[in-house]
Design a protein around this ligand. Sequence first.
Ligand code: CMP
Length: 136
Amino acid sequence: MSNIERTLSIIKPDAVERNLDGQIKDMFLSNGFTIVQEKKIKIGKLEAEKFYKVHETKPFYNDLCTYLSSGPIVVMTLEKENAILANRELMGSTNPKDAKEGTIRKKFGISIDKNSVHGSDSPENAKIEIDFFFNS
Ligand code: CMP
């Protein structure tokens, strides 16, 4: 049975700053994703704090929110069969050091903070994250 899903992808400030957004979008397209919605924006710290609220108790929360609001980002709704898992596989491990060859984070990530992309981790969060950027 088919399971077409949508997931939220963010090309983070480190990648946009290095003009990698075109190459990263090409990787999504060549891996069968459709870019359903897309916008380039810069968010404020408060918005970043709201977006990453699930991580608010983590020691890296403040730096993470400062970082996501530090420069332009590209947010996209991606669609594909099993898009959420497929996107996580294409991104690779959170820490680029652990990411497999051929993944976005292996290719472009600089560090666990500057790891170039974000992707939703579950169908529930995908809906929340897509609504956050595109239906608010
Ligand atoms: P992302 O998928 O955007 O979700 C939360 C982000 O927190 C993660 O990518 C990392 O960039 C960042 N982060 C920083 N330190 C850690 C850590 N120790 N564990 C997980 N994520 C971290």
